[in-house]
Design a protein around this ligand. Structure first.
Ligand SMILES: Cc1cc2nc3c(=O)[nH]c(=O)nc-3n(C[C@H](O)[C@H](O)[C@H](O)COP(=O)(O)O)c2cc1C
Length: 364
């Protein structure tokens, strides 16, 4: 099975199954000399960990990371960085009819059609648990970005039909749904409580803003910055939509409304607005990056759903146990991680994009 490698210069390879022995990631291409500790990675993994909020699954997985290689005396050595997280309970139990039936909204049917058989324990490789490896790699990418003065901030802007109407950054850390609007949070909490009672689930939207991105990241054809971000986001389980800047709303405005006019302030050229979300022609324009990611409702629900087994026999399926009524708050850190990975990769590419930069790298 191919397709577990992401990035070209700062390249990550993720591995492991939801209920296998462990999951992990290897990073190839991280520059030497970056200060890195297990705590740096752990604090990001803790943001993704289940069992932390009343809306999440009640399972308590410690998800403790160990750095196996690539770090010596607290700094990266330039060699591959391997990180591992052991699954606490990887012993197979009785999975009942989940082993043979096709869960609606999951990859069971398509995976079986493609590969002939599947690891039915918690979705195997298709599980949301795979995002743990991305978050671990993203923690390293974020440390590198921090050195470059680049910061990422993702948050939940919508749960089901409840949208944030105000933005207060300090609110994001105050509530378990990571919403910047306290009033919207209260409404979303009530909505999710009702979802739980109905044995149902909800989707939502994560917004991400990146500050400090220099102009020049991305290339004009296949490696457009917005195209790479879209691929990164749409590779996260349950993601169904991506919008850069004004996104779909831009299709309803006129050219005069949508264009960001240039101006020069004290000799520095900048834009008066940022409808483009910080990308023009696939290349970052020096203003903050802004994009939105839409998540579908958690597919595993306790409410009875009609489906069939592998022989085509109909059955009624209720999925009980450890599932979030929404995956959105846990996905906030995954969105940041994937964006960080894209940006580090492009920063490295941009360092050799012109003769001037190449000569500067060698002090010529
Ligand atoms: C962080 C995260 C956690 C997830 N947790 C669950 C979960 O507990 N239960 C579930 O049914 N789906 C969960 N998902 C979503 C499924 O993995 C995903 O919907 C499924 O594999 C089908 O893929 P698709 O929605 O991209 O088509 C999670 C996704 C993410 C990003």
């Amino acid at each position: 099975m191919s397709g577990s490698i992401f990035g070209t210069r700062f390249q990550i390879s993720t591995w492991g199954e939801s209920h296998g022995k462990a999951l992990g990631v290897t990073i190839d291409g991280c520059p030497a000399g970056l200060f890195l500790s297990e705590e740096d990675v752990q604090k990001e993994l803790d943001r993704r960990r289940p069992g932390q909020n009343p809306f999440g699954t009640m399972r308590q997985e410690a998800d403790t990371v160990t750095i196996l290689s690539g770090v010596f005396e607290g700094r990266t050595t330039g060699t591959p960085i391997a990180m591992i997280v052991y699954n606490k309970d990887h012993h197979s139990t009785d999975y009942g009819n989940l082993a043979t039936c096709f869960r609606p909204g999951h990859a069971d049917y398509t995976f079986t059609k493609k590969y002939g058989f599947r690891d039915y324990r918690g979705g195997g490789r298709s599980s949301g648990r795979e995002t743990l490896s991305r978050v671990a790699a993203g923690a390293v990418a974020k440390k590198l970005l921090q050195e470059m003065g680049i910061s990422l901030l993702a948050y939940t802007s919508q749960i089901g039909p409840i949208c944030c109407e105000t933005f207060l950054e300090e609110e994001i850390k105050k509530n378990p749904l990571c919403m910047p609007d306290a009033v919207a949070y209260e409404k979303a909490a009530t909505f999710l409580e009702q979802c739980k009672k109905d044995q149902n689930s909800a989707g939502g939207v994560v917004c991400c803003r990146v500050d400090g991105v220099p102009a020049g990241l991305g290339a004009p054809v296949f490696e457009k910055l917005d195209a790479l971000l879209a691929q990164a986001m749409l590779s996260i389980g349950a993601v169904k939509g991506f919008e850069m800047g004004d996104g779909f709303a831009a299709s309803c405005s006129t050219g005069f409304e949508n264009n960001d006019f240039f101006t020069a302030v004290n000799g520095t050229i900048q834009k008066e607005t940022n409808h483009s979300g910080g990308v023009l022609g696939g290349i970052s324009d020096g203003s903050p990056l802004f994009f939105r990611v839409a998540f579908k409702p958690t597919p595993s629900i306790a409410k009875a759903q009609p489906t069939v087994d592998e022989t085509g026999s109909p059955l009624s399926l209720s999925i009980h146990g450890r599932h979030d009524p929404t995956v959105v708050p846990r996905a906030v850190v995954v969105v940041e991680a994937m964006a960080a990975l894209v940006l580090v990769d492009l920063l490295m590419e941009n360092a050799t994009s012109s003769m001037d930069r190449l000569l500067a790298a060698y002090g010529k």
